[in-house]
Design a binder for this molecule. Structure first.
Ligand code: ZN
Length: 482
C-alpha cells in the first residue's frame, strides 16, 4: 500500500495492485514488483512471486508461474507466446469441473480456449464461457478495487468435530452443535465479523472412502452396480475424492450391495487410486460370492457350468456311487431337454485340460509384449483410439465453421462420445477382470499339480480364467476371461 491505494485482496496469500498512477514515482510495473518482492524478502524473510501485466487475469497468471528471481512480465506483445501453451487450468476461472468439460472437447491449453468459437464456449458454460474466451485472448477490463471496498481477508469461520460415538438422537446432536456454534460465534466476535451465509455439514457413520480418486473406471463400476451417481461422467477426471452415502434401513445382510448407495464427488483431492480400490473391492465381492454357507462341495465347477439349452446352472447328482451333472430345470420340471449324461469326473478333466491349454497359449501370446494386455483388450483399445482420432478430426473442422456445420458436428461428436464411453466401460471391465502375467504363472503351477490343489484354490483358478462354461452333451463352450 506504500505503492498504490488500488489494492484488491485475492485470497489470503495474494493481491492485485494497480500501479498505473504510481509509475512516475516508483518506475515501471516490473520495477515496482521487484521492489516489493525484495522488501518482503528482506523484512519478512519469505520469497514471493509477482506477475506484471496489462490486466488482472494475466497478472495473476504471471505470479502463478513463480519465477524465482524476477517478476513475470506479460505484455500485449508477448502474451500469446507466454500464456497460450499453458494448461487451460492455469487460466483464472477454470476450476475442476470446467477443466473436465474442456478436456472432453480436447481443449487442453489456454491457447485452445482462445481459438474455440465463442458460441461453443457459451453453449457449454453460459456467459462465463464468453468471459473465459475474452480472458484467454487478453481481454479483461475489470479494474482493481481500492482498499476500502475490498472483501475482508478472513472469508469464513468454521469449526468441526468427529464424535467418539454415533449421535443417536436430537438431544445428542444439540449438545455437540451448541458447542460448535459457540466456538464459531466467539471467533467471529473476536474478528468483528458478521455472516452472510451459514453452512452446516453433517457426516454420517456410513460415510466411506472420502479419499478415493474418482475416474471413469470408478464411475462405470458404481453405475454398473446400480449406485445412484449424482455427478456427470465427465466430472470423473481422477482428481477429486468422493463420498458414498448408504441409504439407511437396509437389511444387514446387504453389507456389500451398492444399490442403496449414493455417490457424490467431493470438493477435495482423492488419495487412493481407483485401480487399487477396484482390485480390493473385487476381492471383497468374490469373498462373499464364495461364502462357506452357500459353497457347493461336490465340484469346483459349481455355479460356473451351465446348461447350453436353458442356461441354468448344472447340479451334481450321485447315481449308484457315480457323480453326474444334470440340468436343474430338467430335473425339476422337465421343461428343458437337458444336456445329456455328463459324468462329473470326465467334465472336470476336460475343463482342467482346456485351462492348461489356454494358459500355455496365453503365455506364448503375451511373451512378446510384456504388458498385461490380452488380444481382446488390445482390440478394444485400438477401437478407442480410432474413435478419439475421429473426434479430433471433427474438432479440427470446427474452427470457422458455419452454424449448420457446427450443429452437425456437435451431433456427430455426441454420438462418437457415446461410443467412446461404451468402449471405456468395456476396457475398464476387462482391465479389472484381467489377471496379470505373474498371476498366470502361478495359476499354471496350480494347473500342473491339479490333484494336490485344494477345493478353494481350484475355484479361484477357475474364476480367474473362466466366466462360464456352457455344456451340451460332450461339447463345452467356454467363455474365457483371458
Ligand atoms: Zn437345461
Amino acid at each position: 500500500m506504500d505503492y498504490s491505494d488500488q489494492v484488491e485482496f485475492l485470497g489470503i496469500d495474494g493481491s492485485w495492485v494497480d500501479v498505473t498512477g504510481s509509475t512516475h514515482l516508483f518506475g515501471t510495473g516490473e520495477q515496482i514488483a521487484n521492489t516489493i518482492r525484495n522488501r518482503v524478502q528482506k523484512e519478512l524473510g519469505i520469497t514471493v512471486s509477482a506477475g506484471v501485466s496489462f490486466n488482472k487475469i494475466f497478472a495473476k497468471l504471471g505470479s502463478d508461474m513463480k519465477n524465482p528471481n524476477t517478476a513475470t512480465v506479460i505484455t500485449k506483445e508477448n502474451f500469446k507466446d507466454i500464456t497460450w501453451p499453458l494448461p487451460a487450468s492455469e487460466l483464472f476461472g477454470v476450476g475442476r469441473a470446467t477443466q473436465a468439460t474442456l478436456l472432453r472437447y480436447r481443449i487442453k491449453t489456454i491457447g485452445a480456449i482462445a481459438m474455440v468459437e465463442p458460441a461453443m464456449l457459451k453453449r457449454w458454460f453460459g456467459s462465463r464461457g464468453l468471459l473465459l474466451h475474452s480472458h484467454a485472448n487478453g481481454i479483461d477490463y475489470s479494474g482493481v478495487r481500492s482498499v476500502d471496498d475490498s472483501e475482508p481477508l478472513v472469508k469464513s469461520v468454521g469449526n468441526s468435530t468427529t464424535c467418539p460415538r454415533d449421535l443417536e438422537n436430537e438431544e445428542d446432536a444439540r449438545v455437540v452443535f451448541q458447542h460448535l456454534a459457540e466456538s464459531v460465534s466467539e471467533r467471529m466476535r473476536e474478528l468483528g465479523l458478521c455472516a452472510k451465509t451459514l453452512q452446516i455439514s453433517l457426516r454420517t457413520s456410513d460415510l466411506l472412502w472420502r479419499e478415493l480418486q474418482t475416474d471413469l473406471d470408478l464411475y462405470d463400476f458404481f453405475k454398473s452396480h446400480g449406485t445412484d451417481v449424482v455427478n456427470d461422467a465427465a466430472d470423473f477426471t481422477g482428481a477429486n475424492g468422493c463420498y458414498l452415502y448408504k441409504v439407511r434401513d437396509v437389511p444387514a445382510n446387504k453389507n456389500h450391495s451398492l444399490k442403496d448407495s449414493i455417490l457424490v464427488l467431493a470438493p477435495h483431492d482423492g488419495i487412493v487410486s481407483s485401480e487399487t480400490w477396484l482390485a480390493c473391492r473385487k476381492k471383497l465381492m468374490n469373498n462373499t460370492a464364495f461364502s462357506p454357507a452357500r459353497k457347493a462341495k461336490n465340484t469346483w465347477l459349481a455355479g460356473k457350468i451351465k446348461c447350453a439349452k436353458c442356461g441354468t446352472s448344472l447340479a451334481v447328482r450321485i447315481f449308484q456311487g457315480v457323480a453326474y451333472l444334470h440340468c436343474r430345470r430338467r430335473m425339476d420340471s422337465k421343461s428343458c431337454e437337458g444336456c445329456g449324461t455328463l459324468k462329473l469326473s470326465g467334465v472336470e478333466n476336460t475343463i482342467h485340460k482346456a485351462m492348461c491349454r489356454k494358459v500355455v497359449d496365453y503365455q506364448t501370446l503375451t511373451r512378446s509384449n510384456s504388458s498385461k494386455a490380452t488380444p481382446k483388450l488390445t482390440a478394444l483399445k485400438v477401437s478407442l483410439a480410432q474413435v478419439e482420432a475421429e473426434i479430433d478430426d471433427l474438432l479440427k473442422t470446427l474452427k470457422g465453421a458455419n452454424a449448420m456445420l457446427l450443429s452437425y458436428a456437435n451431433k456427430m461428436i455426441e454420438e462418437l462420445d457415446g461410443r467412446k464411453q461404451l468402449l471405456c466401460k468395456q476396457i475398464a471391465d476387462m482391465s479389472t477382470e484381467t489377471i496379470a502375467p505373474k498371476q498366470i504363472e502361478r495359476i499354471s503351477v496350480y494347473l500342473d499339480n491339479w490333484s494336490d490343489v485344494s477345493y478353494d484354490d481350484k475355484r479361484i483358478v477357475l474364476d480367474g480364467l473362466i466366466t462360464s462354461v456352457k455344456a451340451a452333451n460332450v461339447r463345452f463352450d467356454i467363455d474365457w476371461k483371458i
